[in-house]
Design a binder for this molecule. Structure first.
Ligand SMILES: Cc1cc2nc3c(=O)[nH]c(=O)nc-3n(C[C@H](O)[C@H](O)[C@H](O)COP(=O)(O)OP(=O)(O)OC[C@H]3O[C@@H](n4cnc5c(N)ncnc54)[C@H](O)[C@@H]3O)c2cc1C
Length: 551
């Protein structure tokens, strides 16, 4: 299966002027849980580390994570049970070996976070307090500051990185393209550095081991819980470098994102699933329970099930949102467990202690990304990926709640072991060649509208054909100039194109991919992973990779 991107297949975004270079043994791109963890781990092996990040060091999805981090930390739980719940959520597409790694190495990785200074909430006996979220059959979600888990993890990791003299950090530095040597091995990235008083402009960060930790691509859609930096740069960079990209069709829409009106755009406030874990329920416009009779776990069913049920009810009722009723939690629980969400609501004139919260599904998480092995290796030698940018196969067709922070943590540790084994060598990097295709920022909103309308929660052959057409048209836009916004828009367009292509091919409904024209799961034809790469000739080729483990 071959298809093309428009504008003409771009193997690079920009030709860097011969300018400044910086170098290290290991280059980490991104400063969320995955990038910061990889940087710290690499230092344990004595390597010099350069961490580049396109905004401030604490920007990214990590600091927004509310619910917590999942790990079998209690005596009543086991990695085997965590494995079971993850496989069920992934609907037959998880790579079982990858999940086994996640659940067995997860508890020690979380304890490692505590060792570097992260403070998790404790119960009365001093043990880590654990709660439950959708799809988990045990209480296994550790949280911090009530609903400020990501902020606390980010704080602790950033502090540890700042204290390590062997880690150089460059903020406001956007990685553009992979630099490779004559053998095709990664040797660094081209970098656009912004901001007064810095070495502005395009340069290069050189290292024989490049770790992509650039997070997700929520900004492909108009409404997302992801911050503005989540533009999928790492996936697009890897794609242009010829690396295999997988599972892009599996985009998780969080069922309970606060609805701020029809014109709201960009990052929207999340109402964590943990609120339902504490007893809140979804109601429709007539006050009827939305999830009753839909799934045995009712309001705590896996996210795709809840999102679809809400979408169906909204369609039937002709409404733009449903309601979340958390009044039974009481003022104390709201204040202690969900101070951030409480504040978010109150800022918008809603008091969840006495009021219903308007909620609707919005983009939240991407299961797909740069295809890696169990050690974070991409298909390009010397290029590694971890966290939301990667597709380890852990999430399959749908991520189990609170498994993503854990994935970033566990696989960042593994990548450093892989680098030790691979011992990548330095070699002269050659500048990327080929045509440059850049799209103007002006088309970003139209791109998001196309994706919202035709490639969101509900998809069909017709809607996806419309999306393909819309994206092709936007791909002809002219007037771009090398700037952060235009590079990001170009990346969003490349990702959207592959996402829609995968979604068109996958003629079934599974996990977070919902085809109205193929409403059933089809194991006979579709228990495969769709993997796309860009050939040296500039064609995008998609293949089917068999999935390991039980269906
Ligand atoms: C509102 C919200 C709530 C969530 N709640 C939970 C939860 O409770 N539990 C859970 O497990 N998961 C949760 N998630 C998901 C989880 O937060 C993310 O999957 C995870 O934090 C991703 O970590 P990361 O390190 O891969 O990426 P991020 O934390 O997104 O970091 C990516 C980094 O890469 C940088 N970057 C991006 N592009 C470039 C570039 N071109 N050049 C240089 N730097 C670049 C960014 O600036 C950023 O520093 C939540 C997500 C959101 C948005």
């Amino acid at each position: 299966m071959t298809f093309s991107l428009s504008p003409t297949p771009a193997r690079r975004l920009v030709a860097p002027e011969p300018g400044w270079t910086v170098s290290a043994d290991v280059l980490v791109v991104g400063s969320g849980i995955a990038g910061l963890s990889a940087a710290l781990r690499a230092r344990v092996t004595g390597r010099t580390v350069l961490l580049v990040t396109k905004a401030q060091v604490n920007e990214g999805s990590t600091r927004w994570a509310q619910g917590g981090i999942a790990a079998a930390l209690s005596d009543e739980d086991s990695p085997e049970e965590h494995l079971h719940d993850t496989l069920v959520a992934g609907v037959g597409l998880c790579d079982e070996d990858a999940v086994r790694v996640l659940v067995t190495e997860g508890p020690a990785a979380v304890r490692g976070l505590i060792d570097i200074g992260a403070h998790f909430d404790r119960d009365a006996s001093g043990e880590i307090a654990l709660t439950r979220e959708g799809g988990h059959l045990r209480d296994r979600i550790a949280h911090a500051g009530g609903d400020a888990t990501g902020a606390e993890i980010s704080r602790a990791l950033v502090a540890a990185v700042r204290e390590d003299p062997g880690i150089d950090v460059i903020e406001d530095a956007l990685a553009l393209d992979l630099l490779r040597d004559d053998l095709g091995r990664a040797q660094g990235v081209t970098l656009h550095v912004m901001g007064a008083g810095r070495r502005d402009g395009v340069g290069a960060a050189l290292a024989p081991a490049v770790v992509l930790a650039t997070g997700g691509f929520g900004q492909v859609f108009g409404q997302t819980t992801n911050p503005y930096v989540s533009t999928g740069d790492g996936v697009a960079l890897a794609l242009r470098a010829g690396a295999a990209i997988a599972d892009l069709e599996f985009v998780q829409f969080h069922p309970t994102v606060m609805w701020l009106g029809p014109l709201a755009q960009g990052q929207q406030p999340l109402v964590s699933e943990a609120v339902r874990g504490e007893g809140a329920v979804l109601l429709d416009s007539s006050g009827r329970r939305v999830m009753e009779g839909v799934h045995p776990l009712a309001d705590l069913a896996p996210r795709d099930v809840v999102a679809k049920a809400i979408m169906r009810r909204m369609r039937e009722d002709g409404t733009a949102h449903v309601w979340l009723d958390g009044r039974m939690l009481g003022a104390d629980t709201w204040l202690q467990r969900f101070p951030t969400i409480l504040e978010n609501c109150r800022q918008r004139g809603i008091d969840p202690v006495t009021d219903l919260i308007p909620v609707a599904p919005a983009q939240h998480y991407v299961s797909g990304g740069v295809r890696t092995d169990l050690w974070g290796r991409s298909s390009v030698p010397g290029l590694y990926a971890c966290g939301e940018v990667a597709c380890t196969g852990v999430h399959g067709a749908n991520r189990l709640a609170s498994n993503s922070l854990l994935e970033g943590l566990v696989f960042a540790r593994r990548i450093v072991a892989a680098i030790e084994d691979d011992r990548p060598e330095r070699a002269p990097a050659r500048m990327p060649s080929g045509p440059t295709g850049l799209l103007p920022h002006a088309v970003r909103r139209s791109l998001q509208q196309v994706m919202d309308a035709d490639a969101g929660v509900l998809r069909s052959a017709q809607s996806l054909a419309d999306a393909t057409e819309g994206l092709a048209e936007l791909g002809t836009a002219r007037g771009a100039r090398p700037s952060t916004e235009d590079w990001e828009t170009t990346n969003l367009h490349a990702i959207a194109s592959v996402l829609v292509h995968h979604a068109r091919l996958r003629e079934e409904t599974r996990g977070s991919h919902w085809r109205e024209d193929f409403p059933e799961r089809d194991d006979e034809h579709w228990r495969v992973r769709l993997v796309t790469h860009l050939t040296a000739e500039g064609d995008l080729v998609t293949t089917r990779e068999p999935v390991t483990g039980e269906a």
